[in-house]
Design a binder for this molecule. Structure first.
Ligand code: NDP
Length: 627
């Protein structure tokens, strides 16, 4: 291919189109033209950059609040609680369940989980859209499998099984009795005179707890795109995390959505959620319009049922911990002799590692290693783009479904039916060439100047990320001396291990930032954090301490350690915008604090093990308080 007598380059592609892999390769005579590819990636990114960043999305308050209604469980009236518990945990997802479990194992009897949903499950309570499935192998993704004796039925379990597993944990550890469902915390206040927290909720509760822990989830506040006219649509609409089976028919286990027969449905968004639900919609709808702003990279899924005989062989005592450690070591570039999980995530790391190992020892400089990483990424993304051509029958649709960015710029997806769905008659890709939907009208969706009339709009538009912790949590904490957590973190997050905050005694935060900061198997972080919290609480109770708090020096030292090293490659500003890189906006100095332990996840977990085992919990101060 030539343009004006010279070899074609990726940036010769006219605006509004996308080159194919062959085009990028052609420029270099068959091999990938790396410079052309880099330019192409930049071009695609630049098209999508917008000055409003996270503000392009609408908060679901006021006239949008009904998008948050719980379609699954009716709210039951109850009397407000005014009692006292040893530990209150805010959030009934994996974090609350594993921490509750470890506390119970440690002998702490009264653990109260406060949850805004109608049952345990967190993200799996809300996300019941058809096709919902874990993307990381069940054996490492589903917590406490060994403790509860559950064998995941598939390598990648589907949503109903994971939700059921959450209930299993709740029952196994007797966490239901004290739980408060359909309850949102509105306020947490440290009562220094009594060395306890006062917890207030939207159900009129005002109870106290010696310790509070919170795991409110990284992706739990649904958001809508701020598309002009969004509230003018006269048809039906909902967000994927509140799937309206009353309207669609079917159920979360994948029963056909019979009420969509003959209907015209729009899906807005093509992220990990859309990738999973589009195949089901394609089968059910009369006409399905998938509105795409940025294509996801969709690699092979390769799901399969679990062979019970194989499982019996691997499930020897301590198996899940071994698998977790093995997965984390493989996935985050640690050292592991074998790859037990063998999935798309470990494949990414394996490829990078083998490229680096191909370098002569004297060539393993940071620059050369980054180059090897880039080469491996280009190769993988070319494979993923070639897969689109191999599957999607219409060449124009295939061209538009190709992702032009590095694989970890956006959440990598794995699916064996998503691309195939575009071969189903009646399923249409509406590519907006990076610009997004223009307008919503009373009748439908407008993109590239054309109105698509539909009966229903499904918003697969994701969740708030990158906004303030206390905004996403829905409450603030008032710590020692009346200091608010939002104020304390005004210049960015400050913790020890991502868990302990100076000035907020007896409070623990369960989340990965400033800890291992894993990128794909968050449940490993949660399980470790739950174990740590249980040990600290037990130590305090056994030794008659009323308060535990990280010292200012220890917190400063931890933050100093994090800042003393370069951040990770994830979320690079060179990436196409998305929640991995703060929508392409400079997060400022605050963003610099959103990092993990500089020596990697495996090293972090090793460090944490030693820190806990020392029995002194260095950096924490235990006190006898006023109580
Ligand atoms: P995402 O934030 O990943 O995707 C939102 C989608 O909406 C994007 O495709 C985005 O486009 C699109 N969008 C936003 N505004 C507009 C607009 N104005 N016009 C057109 N499109 C628009 O949300 P998801 O719910 O898909 O996924 C969120 C996260 O949840 C995942 O990244 C993953 O971490 C987790 N998840 C995990 C699953 C699993 O483990 N199995 C399954 C599903 C989700 P653009 O890309 O251009 O911003």
């Amino acid at each position: 291919m030539t343009v004006a007598g010279r070899p074609a380059r990726a940036d010769d592609i006219p605006a509004g189109g996308a080159d194919d892999s062959a085009g990028v390769k052609a420029a270099a005579g068959g091999a990938v033209d790396k410079e052309a590819l880099r330019r192409k990636y930049r071009q695609e990114r630049d098209k999508r950059l917008r000055p409003d960043g996270n503000d392009q999305y609408i908060r679901l308050t006021g006239r949008f609040a009904h998008y948050l209604d719980d379609p699954y469980t009716p709210r039951v009236p109850r009397e407000p609680r005014t009692d006292h518990v040893t530990v209150a945990f805010i959030g009934g997802g994996f974090a609350g369940l594993v921490t509750g479990a470890r506390l119970k194992e440690a002998g702490v009897g009264d653990v109260r989980i406060v949850e805004k949903g109608g049952d345990f499950g967190g993200t799996w309570y809300w996300n019941r859209y058809p096709g919902a499935q874990c993307d990381t192998a069940s054996f490492v993704y589903m917590p406490l499998l060994e403790e509860t004796g559950h064998m995941p039925t598939e390598k990648y379990a589907h949503g109903p099984e994971i939700l059921e597993h959450c209930r299993r944990i709740g029952k196994h550890y007797d966490l239901y009795g004290d739980a408060l469902f359909h309850t949102e915390v509105t306020d947490l206040e440290w009562d220094a005179a009594r060395s306890r927290w006062i917890i207030r909720t939207d159900r009129g509760d005002e109870f106290t707890a010696r310790f509070v822990a919170m795991g409110v989830g990284p992706l739990h506040v649904p958001k809508l795109p701020g598309i002009p006219g969004i509230d003018s649509f006269a048809g039906h609409s909902f967000h994927t995390s509140r799937w309206d089976y009353g309207y669609t028919g079917g159920d979360p286990s994948g029963a056909p959505m019979d009420r969509l027969a003959g209907r015209r449905v729009a899906v807005i968004g093509t992220g990990a959620t859309a990738v999973q639900c589009v195949p089901h919609l394609a089968r059910a709808c009369g006409e399905l319009y998938v509105f795409q702003r940025t294509p996801s990279s969709v690699d092979v899924r390769g799901n399969r049922p679990t062979d019970p005989e194989w499982f019996a062989r691997i499930a020897t005592p301590g198996w899940q911990r071994r698998w977790l450690e093995n997965f984390t070591a493989n996935q985050t570039g640690g050292v592991a002799a074998e790859d037990l999980v063998m999935d798309g995530w470990t494949d990414i790391a394996r490829r990078v590692r083998s490229r680096i190992m191909e370098l002569a020892p004297e060539d393993r400089t940071p620059e050369k290693m980054l180059e090897a990483y880039e080469d491996s990424d280009f190769e993988k993304m070319e494979e993923i783009r070639a897969r689109v051509d191999a599957i999607v029958e219409d060449p124009e649709t295939a061209r538009r479904l190709k992702a032009w960015y590095r694989q970890l710029c956006k959440r990598p997806c794995f699916h064996d039916e998503y691309l195939q769905a575009f071969n189903v008659p009646g399923t249409h890709l509406v590519d907006t060439d990076g610009r997004g939907v223009e307008r919503i009208t009373e009748r439908g969706v407008v993109a590239a100047g054309r109105e698509y009339e539909v009966d229903c709009i499904v918003y697969a538009s994701g969740f708030e990320v990158g906004t303030e912790y206390t905004r996403r949590a829905g409450y603030d904490l008032t710590g020692r001396g009346g200091v608010k957590l939002s104020a304390y973190w005004a210049e960015g997050m400050r913790t020890l291990h991502g868990t302990h905050v100076h000035g907020f005694p007896n409070a623990f935060i369960v989340q990965p930032t400033q800890g291992a900061n894993l990128i794909s198997n968050i449940p490993h972080n949660l399980t470790e954090a739950g174990g740590t919290i249980a040990m600290i609480v037990k130590y305090a109770l056994d030794n008659g301490f009323d308060e535990v708090e990280v010292t200012e020096e220890a917190e400063d030292a931890w933050v100093g350690l994090l800042l003393g090293h370069p951040g990770t490659l994830l979320g690079s500003p060179d990436c196409t915008p998305g929640y991995y890189n703060n929508e392409g906006q400079d997060p400022g100095p605050r963003g610099r604090l959103n990092v993990g332990y500089p020596h990697g996840a495996t090293a972090y977990f090793g460090y944490l093990d030693r820190w806990r085992a020392s029995g002194t919990f260095e950096g924490l101060e235990f006190r006898r308080g006023a109580a």
